[in-house]
Design a protein around this ligand. Structure first.
Ligand SMILES: Nc1ncnc2c1ncn2[C@@H]1O[C@H](COP(=O)(O)OP(=O)(O)OP(=O)(O)O)[C@@H](O)[C@H]1O
Length: 356
């Protein structure tokens, strides 16, 4: 549905140049929810604004629904743009128009009669569940309600693509969840291709099918959401994932000398993370039985991402060194990520050596 080919965009002010997007190529499939995540200044907004040519790239091509937008004349570009809706962090509603007026404004030039426009506006407002606010002004609405109006407005010309630029960043967590639910239901109901820019991995986890991670104008990693969460390759991706997982807290507990992370000689702390869609919690009891070791779980953080469990556990493991080694190998063979966080097994060895 969307293909970005070698997109480059540089902003110049005086003799300072900012390379906002550097030779980025991406393919976003029809009907998917695609996330673009990165820290502030990574180039996400610039890249997404290149999709509807709000920013014209210095180099590269933009294909949407088979059309090369970069090659279109102004009039054709205007009509192609109508098939690409966009919503923003701060909603961008017109304060002097009512909710219905804001949505109707987008139907200007649609050729619909006054009555047909009214009907369309009512349908759109019902679709986003805000029909009761038809006559209210933006200043009388909450942030979540404003974003619903902005979504209705973005859908007025029956677009095939919806671009969402930090659409939930100004909302509280509960409202964020309800707007993400709405985007997901519109994606299913209308077959809409949705592109979501965010700096929150939780947003990606909740609704995206695939994600691209941006840093310093480049896409550094890209893939389906489960694989990215299970096997992040780039440091920045790992940092983003840390923000949504409790499994990293163990380092803090060790550093603070917490009793929870104290080991007896011979014990080891392992962090197990699921890397395969068919991994299950049953593995823990299985290795415990099979290798005659004890796993005392300190943290478990497992949730369902794209219908598969993701996350893992942190456990204190005790048993014979050779049994623990064999259990680690067994888990790794089952494609569970195993990290040794703290290891007191050598203490047993040195004690044995001393006694011996
Ligand atoms: N119109 C502009 N003129 C000059 N520089 C710009 C312009 N737009 C963006 N930039 C610069 O390009 C870089 C990328 O900005 P961009 O807004 O695309 O990043 P972002 O990842 O979306 O960040 P944020 O999450 O803060 O919006 C930044 O260094 C920014 O200052």
């Amino acid at each position: 549905m969307i293909e970005l080919k070698n997109i480059t965009k540089t902003f110049s002010e005086g003799n300072i140049s900012v390379h906002a997007v550097k030779d980025v190529s991406l393919v976003i499939d029809k009907g998917e929810i695609f996330g673009i995540i990165g820290f502030s200044g990574a180039g996400k907004s610039t890249l997404v604004r290149c999709i509807n040519l709000l920013e014209r790239p210095d180099a590269g091509k933009v294909f949407v629904d088979g059309k090369d937008l970069t090659a279109l004349k102004a009039r054709d570009l205007r009509s192609a743009r109508k098939k690409i809706g966009m919503i923003f962090q701060h909603f961008n509603l017109m304060p002097s128009r009512t909710v219905a007026g804001n949505v109707e404004y987008s139907l200007f030039g649609s050729g619909l009669s006054k009555e047909a426009k009214r009907k369309k506006v009512r349908e759109l407002l019902s679709l986003v569940d805000i029909a009761d606010k038809e006559n209210a002004y933006p200043s009388q609405l909450s942030g979540g309600q404003k974003q619903r109006v902005a979504i209705a407005r973005a859908l007025a010309n029956d677009p095939k693509v919806l671009l969402c630029d930090e659409a939930t960043s100004a909302l509280d967590p509960q409202t964020t969840a309800s707007i993400l639910d709405l985007l997901q239901s519109l994606n299913k109901k209308l077959g809409l291709t949705v592109v979501v820019i965010t700096h929150e991995m939780a947003v990606v986890k909740q609704i995206c099918d695939r994600v691209a991670v941006m840093e310093d104008g480049n896409v550094v990693e890209e893939g389906d959401v489960f694989s990215i969460f299970a096997n992040p390759k780039h440091q920045i991706t790992k940092d983003f994932i840390k923000t949504t997982s409790n499994l990293q807290k163990i380092e803090g507990l060790i550093a603070s000398g917490s009793d929870v992370a104290k080991l007896k000689p011979g014990e080891v702390i392992l962090r197990l993370s699921y890397k395969k869609a068919n991994t299950s919690e049953a593995l823990i009891s299985e290795v415990s039985r099979k290798f005659n070791i004890n796993l005392n779980i300190i943290y478990a953080d497992v949730e369902i991402v794209k219908d598969a469990p993701i996350g893992g556990t942190v456990a204190i493991v005790s048993g014979e060194k050779s049994d623990i080694d064999a259990a680690i190998k067994y888990l790794q063979d089952k494609e569970v990520g195993v990290e040794v966080i703290k290891d007191e097994r050598n203490i047993v060895h040195s004690l044995t050596k001393c006694i011996g």
